[in-house]
Write a protein that binds this ligand. Structure first.
Ligand SMILES: [Cu+2]
Length: 374
């Protein structure tokens, strides 16, 4: 990859300070979200087109040809949507990979919305991001741009649509698995500072106690005019409820309830779409769960921020994901125990580590109790 082309791509993927203005100009007042089905479909059409262009120009500068198209697309569509479609292409296209084309780190692409300035930390007084004092002990973790980047990147690698015509193996199951890993790490951090594991946001009329004040260093330029003040990201005070968005197709709280009921009915085997007891159903359920309940929740204000680049900063992101994960667990708990009876014969070597229930250990192996007397 020539420096010139990588620079062209990196420049294109850089989010300008006035990105909200660009969106407003194209009538996309709520911004781009890959959790919005119709925007996601549009992104799929654009990225599929990049795969086609790249294929047809494989021996003739495919990256330059794709960039020509992306630049045209950015005049017609929300540039944020085009950037997302282009990143899906870069992450998957054999020609882009062969040329070692890179997506620059989030902190380089969009520092003003992801990297807090160092000044607060240097002064020893980080801006508290929640009203609940102990929860602020985890700001360092939730506000880490690399955590958000990890989450953003997963949604680029698994964009909830077939990439270049191919649905990924076990994508839906991976959706549940990956977000569960994020939750496990968050819970470990919570327990480490004396908090309980995160509670699910299962009551959609709850007055959400967790407030959120986005870092005051993170701003955007509303109008492209350097003399007007920059905007901060919207804060949420304590006690807010999920609310409907205005507009016919906009997410409604009642839609969330409907989706959840459909999923639970399907898990019970009495829905329109039922989820069976086989491994494949993990992916079917994961897909439906992601594209209905999960995505709509991400787009329902003021509950969960919609931008996968920044959403994990908000404590409610984690409460929402705990609930989504609980729905998946409801299905898992209906599965027969997996007894490994079809596993290959096991050979135990002297330096292997064996995990066992404490009460099943032989007397001589109860090291914890033995330690008490030593
Ligand atoms: Cu996610």
């Amino acid at each position: 990859m020539t420096h010139h082309l990588q620079n062209l791509v990196s420049g294109f993927l850089s989010v300008p300070r006035n990105f909200r203005q660009e969106q407003d100009q194209r009538g996309n007042f709520f911004g781009f979200s890959p959790f919005d089905t119709s925007q996601l479909r549009q992104a799929q059409i654009l990225s599929d087109n990049y795969f086609r262009i790249s294929r047809e120009n494989a021996s003739n500068d495919p990256v330059a040809k794709v960039m020509e198209q992306a630049q045209l697309d950015a005049q017609q569509y929300d540039p944020e949507l085009v950037r997302y479609a282009l990143m899906v292409w870069i992450a998957h296209d054999p020609e882009a990979r062969r040329r070692n084309l890179k997506i620059p780190p989030l902190g380089q692409r969009a520092p003003h919305i992801s990297v807090p300035k160092q000044t607060n930390a240097a002064a020893g007084a980080p801006t508290p991001t929640t009203a609940d004092p102990p929860l602020t002990n985890l700001d360092w973790w939730r506000e880490d741009p690399q955590l958000s980047e990890h989450h953003e990147h997963w949604h680029i690698v698994f964009p909830a649509f077939p990439v270049n015509g191919v649905s990924k193996d076990r994508e839906g199951e991976n959706f549940a698995f990956m977000h569960r890993q994020m939750l496990a790490r968050y819970d470990a951090e919570r327990v480490a500072v004396g908090l309980q594991p995160v509670k699910p946001l299962s009551d959609f009329s709850e007055h959400i106690p967790e407030a959120y004040n986005p870092d005051s260093d993170l701003t955007y330029d509303p109008d492209g005019n350097p003399s007007t003040t920059n905007f901060h990201f919207m804060a949420r005070s304590t006690g807010k409820e999920l609310t409907d968005l205005a507009g016919n197709n906009a997410p409604k709280v009642s839609t969330l309830l409907q989706y959840r009921q459909q999923l639970l009915d399907g898990i019970e085997g009495k829905g329109e779409t039922n989820f069976g007891q086989d491994d494949k159903s993990a992916t079917t359920l994961g897909n439906v769960l992601e594209t209905t309940l999960h995505n709509t929740g991400h787009n329902t204000p003021p509950g969960v921020m919609i931008d996968p680049r920044t959403a994990a900063r908000d404590p409610v992101f984690w409460r929402w994901h705990r609930h989504v994960d609980d729905v998946f667990s409801t299905w898992q708990n209906k599965q027969a125990p997996y007894d490994f009876s079809d596993a290959p014969p096991v050979v135990i070597k002297s330096n292997d580590i064996i995990l066992a229930w404490k009460d099943k250990l032989l007397e001589a192996d109860r090291w914890e109790e033995l330690m008490k007397f030593s």
